[in-house]
Write a protein that binds this ligand. Structure first.
Ligand code: GLN
Length: 544
């Protein structure tokens, strides 16, 4: 029987519910329990796939090809458990499902309503695929009181009522702000938020109180008394030096102990936290540092490249070095006064990440050229690999080399694909089809050339599986001229048709990949491409 932990947020957004859920799951896992985390997003988009990264941060892609909320990235990084499509649902997806059923006539005769139809669909989603999990954590996006989240709250209320007495637990994450003028922490917003939640029929069992300063025992008791929870179940959640310190910090405050107590579990094994002590030690005690430039488009919002940022940190942990990331707007290199050398010379490595659209593409190509000519370690991811191939093609004499993503071109070195093979069989797309959910998405195998740089990076593997999210591909008609120019296609789709990896053997570290390796990196298991890349940056730092 799976136990359910419902996590809601109050007072303000951005309290870090996702990190809290991921950390709690990691702590339960450290005690030997099998966990799974799910995210409920109240917005009306069917998935975040068509939202701008500026709206919603990165779109996290799962092995089974779902475009999901970036919190699922935290879940995977903290637990190592691969997320699925069935771990993220939005109001949009629920309504789409219900309206499709309604049109089919499945509800013939009935009036279709939020209660019971929408709430039943939410419950079905929460209760599906329980497998042999001990705990299923359900995080509800948004803040209590939002109109959009009401059906989700009602579904939780019903589940709390309908499941076994000790089968569910409600954790409410709130803010305890510090008011400088008064010199005090204020508990009132938490009291109001709990009252709001209670008015929806959900009484929290535990409160996780985010605060900038330690919460005095007297305030903890006050919160407990007003909010009707035990004082030990009021867990202070102070800002942490790094996200990877959060599990140990919350453990120190008694989070997992109180959760188990809330379920009446008295015989839980002690947690083995050695993995987390090692991660924190590697992060907190670096023995050197490197500076890596990321030349991209959404550089104003760190969340837009969340997994990339974390994967670079993991690469640093592998070598016990601190990775300083310099976010560089590619468009700067397209301006007359955009002095490329001045910006890129101080860097120990250059990364061009994934992206969409033409804006900044010439700047990215210029960054690739700089890295190639100056022999600075270069890593191109998805769009970054495509830019590396266009740069190579221009060098090989195809002056008009471009991508059809940017408009019609006489030299489509990167072009749209309308047919490809997946595990489910032949996939087809129309060139002018829907944009939502229609890219090459999810895990695909790539066959690596023996004795290539990447096969060594992947410890001799000949087949790898990585996650994709793109509509365009490097055009295999250009492989021959590009190979003459020095690029080697060392990874291809198993049918040999789609380029997956390029490298330059005459360069210290130059790799472009069509997939997103950052999505699979973990702090306790850094992705080999990222540890390799940071290792190359470290070599470069020794040279300069
Ligand atoms: N825009 C490119 C494509 O669709 C690259 C996508 C990406 O970098 N994720 O192919």
């Amino acid at each position: 029987m799976a136990r359910y932990i419902f996590i809601t947020g109050g007072v303000v957004s951005s309290l870090g519910k996702g990190l809290m859920a991921a950390s709690l799951a990691a702590l339960l896992q450290a005690r030997g329990y099998k966990v799974r985390i799910r995210k409920f997003d109240p917005y009306l988009n069917v998935d975040p796939g068509t939202m701008s990264p500026y709206q919603h941060g990165e779109v996290y892609v799962t092995d089974d090809g779902a475009e999901t909320d970036l919190d699922l990235g935290h879940y995977e990084r903290f637990t190592g458990v691969s997320a699925h499509q069935s771990d993220n649902v939005t109001s949009g997806r629920i309504y789409q499902q219900i309206i499709t059923r309604e049109r089919r006539g499945d509800y013939l005769g009935a009036t279709v309503q939020v209660i019971p139809h929408v709430t039943d669909a939410i419950k079905q989603f929460a209760l599906a695929d329980q497998g042999d999990h001990d705990f299923i954590l359900c995080e509800i996006g948004g803040t209590v009181g939002d109109i959009e989240s009401l059906p989700f709250m009602e579904a939780i209320r019903q589940m709390r009522n309908g499941l076994e007495p000790l089968q569910t637990l409600s954790i409410h994450v709130t803010l305890v702000p510090y008011i400088a003028a008064a010199g005090e922490l204020k508990t009132k917003p938490t009291q109001h938020s709990v009252r709001e939640l209670a008015s929806l029929g959900i009484k929290p069992d535990m409160l996780l109180c985010r605060a900038e300063r330690p919460i005095p025992e007297s305030d903890r008791r006050k919160i407990a008394q007003f909010c009707n929870v035990r004082a030990e179940a009021v867990i202070p959640a102070l800002d942490a030096p790094s996200i990877y310190s959060v599990p140990l910090q919350y453990h120190g405050e008694g989070l997992d102990r109180e959760v188990l107590r809330g379920f009446g579990i008295t015989d839980a094994p002690e947690p083995d936290l050695s993995r987390w002590y090692d991660v924190v030690d590697r992060y907190s005690n670096p023995e050197g540092e490197v500076t890596i430039g990321v030349v991209g488009k959404y550089v104003g919002l760190p969340d837009a490249y969340k997994s990339l940022n974390e994967a670079l940190v993991h690469g640093g942990m592998a070598h016990r070095v601190k990775v300083n990331i310099r976010w560089i707007d590619a468009e700067v290199f397209e301006q007359d006064d955009g002095d490329i050398a001045a910006q890129l010379e101080p860097l120990h490595a250059i990364l061009v990440p994934g992206g969409f659209g033409e804006r900044g593409s010439e700047g990215k190509i210029a960054a690739v050229r700089f890295a190639r000519q100056r022999k600075v370690p270069f890593f191109g991811i998805c769009l970054g690999m495509q830019m590396a191939c266009i740069e190579g093609a221009r060098e090989a004499g195809f002056a008009a080399a471009s991508s059809t993503e940017f408009g019609a071109t006489g030299e489509p070195v990167v072009g749209i694909i309308t047919e490809w093979m997946s595990e489910a069989g032949l996939q087809k797309r129309a060139e002018d089809g829907d944009l939502g959910g229609t890219m090459r998405l999810g895990a695909y195998d790539a066959a690596l050339t023996g004795n290539s740089h990447v096969s060594r990076i992947y410890h001799g593997a000949r087949t790898i599986s990585e996650r994709h999210r793109h509509r365009y591909e490097v055009n295999s008609a250009y492989i021959e001229p590009l190979e003459k120019q020095g690029l080697v296609f060392s990874g291809m789709s198993p049918d040999g048709l789609l380029p997956e990896i390029v490298e330059r053997p005459d360069h210290p570290w130059f790799v472009g990949v069509q997939f997103h390796p950052e999505l699979k990196s973990k702090p306790f298991d850094p992705h080999p491409l990222f540890s390799g890349f940071v290792g190359a940056a470290l070599e470069q730092a020794r040279l300069v």
